[in-house]
Design a protein around this ligand. Structure first.
Ligand code: GLU
Length: 416
């Protein structure tokens, strides 16, 4: 039996590994072992039945050496402080990897949003902002969506913040709807960024021109990634949501799958109506033979218990923290490259940064402008990380850690 995984312990184990590979200043590494601030709040929400419920909320401001704290807010019943701390730490490195002037933060609420009515969800979201308004701001801390938080929720939050603070820039929240100061391309940015990364590294890591792709997670990130990979001639053979998955070795008709998910809220009965597809579990999806396995849901899904069974030729981490350090070691020995989260999913925060810039300048850029700016950022970061990993003879994750840590350390030293 493996012990339950604490994502923050995993994150710190990764930091320790990276620190051994390069001669970093000890006090610099130590400064990254705890966040600058970890704030916990109780949010009192008036429920539709007239009663009041209290929810636990968080904002972790991990590090702001490179710029204001930046990172999403997660709504999930299992969200707790160690998860939010790990995610905030990874945001710090992620922003450094793509070279944007932002630090790392993350927020969350322990809640099952499906159990709330829309107006309860709105009051909860506004309550999170009210409890934390002192620490937020366009030059202080800039939240965004994460799991179960939508553009609509960002619009409520931006509106609440404007009311409380008087700040009219809308730049304190990114991932807003287009009509409320959002950016073109933000919804598909994470999947698209991951695709640019894969394209840059594809030959280097020995993948064919047309790949078979299996995707775990069919939320915003997973479903957009599926569309983008198919649009570029790849074949998506399997997808799954939190309840179940579907597999068709000849390739899925993703438009049909999306339609089904939209109408029924689940993938559960898709195979009944489409007998060419087979039902699979989330665990089975991870172990399918394919070229690229894309975990696009939660952390800790590839661990010491199943890493040995992975048959994919490469892993593209669109989720944060899906592969544990123990699994990393096994996959490295098996020669299965893992393109790490802090590179693979950094397209999301990069377009968030573009949204922030547009809000502050009062501009609205076209989709072409966004994609033209995003692509070279992802390509450059991918090559830098690939070369670093090669020079140091280490994994792509450690290559990415070293690139990021060197950037943060340099900035710290230059500002002393
Ligand atoms: N939640 C996303 C992430 O983990 C996006 C963060 C942002 O846009 O600030 O990268």
């Amino acid at each position: 039996m493996h012990p339950p995984h604490n994502p923050f312990e995993n994150a710190m184990a990764q930091l320790d590994l990276a620190a051994k590979l390069r001669n970093f200043d000890d006090s610099f590494i130590d400064s990254l072992r705890e966040p600058n601030r970890d704030i916990r709040v109780s949010i009192k929400v008036k429920m539709d039945n007239g009663g009041t419920e209290i929810f636990e909320g968080y904002r972790v401001e991990y590090n702001n050496s490179l710029g204001p704290y930046k990172g999403g807010i997660r709504y999930h019943p299992k969200t707790e402080i160690n998860e939010v701390k790990a995610l905030a730490f990874w945001m710090t490195l992620k922003c450094a990897v793509v070279g944007i002037p932002m630090g790392g933060g993350k927020g969350g609420i322990t809640v099952e949003p499906k159990n709330l009515s829309k107006s309860e969800l709105e009051r909860l979201s506004r309550g999170w902002v009210e409890s934390l308004s002192d620490v937020l701001g366009p030059y202080k801390d800039i939240p965004a969506p994460d799991i179960n938080t939508t553009p609509e929720i960002m619009a409520w939050m931006a509106d609440e913040f404007a009311k409380i603070s008087g700040d009219k820039t809308l730049a304190t929240f990114t991932g807003k709807p287009m009509a409320k100061g959002g950016s073109e391309g933000r919804n598909e940015a994470t999947g698209l960024g991951g695709f640019y990364v894969l394209e840059t590294l594809r030959k280097e890591i020995g993948l064919p021109e047309k790949c078979e792709v299996a995707i775990q997670g069919f939320g915003n990130v997973g479903s957009n990634a599926a569309k983008i990979f198919i649009d570029h001639g790849h074949k998506v053979t399997a997808v799954s949501d939190s309840q179940s998955g579907i597999y068709n070795p000849n390739g899925l008709d993703i438009k049909k799958v999306l339609e089904f998910k939209k109408n029924t809220g689940t993938l559960l009965n898709f195979s009944k109506e489409n007998p060419e597809c087979k039902n699979i579990t989330n665990e089975e999806l991870l172990e399918l033979p394919c070229d690229i396995l894309i975990p696009a849901a939660f952390e800790n899904v590839i661990t010491g218990s199943n890493a040995d069974k992975i048959q994919a030729r490469a892993i593209l981490e669109l989720a944060n923290g899906p592969v544990t350090p123990e699994a990393d070691e096994i996959l490295f020995k098996k020669n299965i490259p893992v393109i790490p989260d802090i590179l693979a999913n950094a397209g999301g925060v990069t377009v968030s940064y573009f949204e922030w810039e547009q809000n502050l300048k009062g501009e609205h850029w076209t989709p072409e402008q966004i994609f033209e700016k995003l692509r070279p950022i992802m390509e450059t970061a991918s090559s830098e990380i690939f070369n670093k990993a090669k020079d140091v003879n280490t994994s792509l994750r450690m290559g990415a850690f070293i690139v990021a840590l060197e950037r943060i350390q340099r900035k710290k030293l230059s500002s002393i």
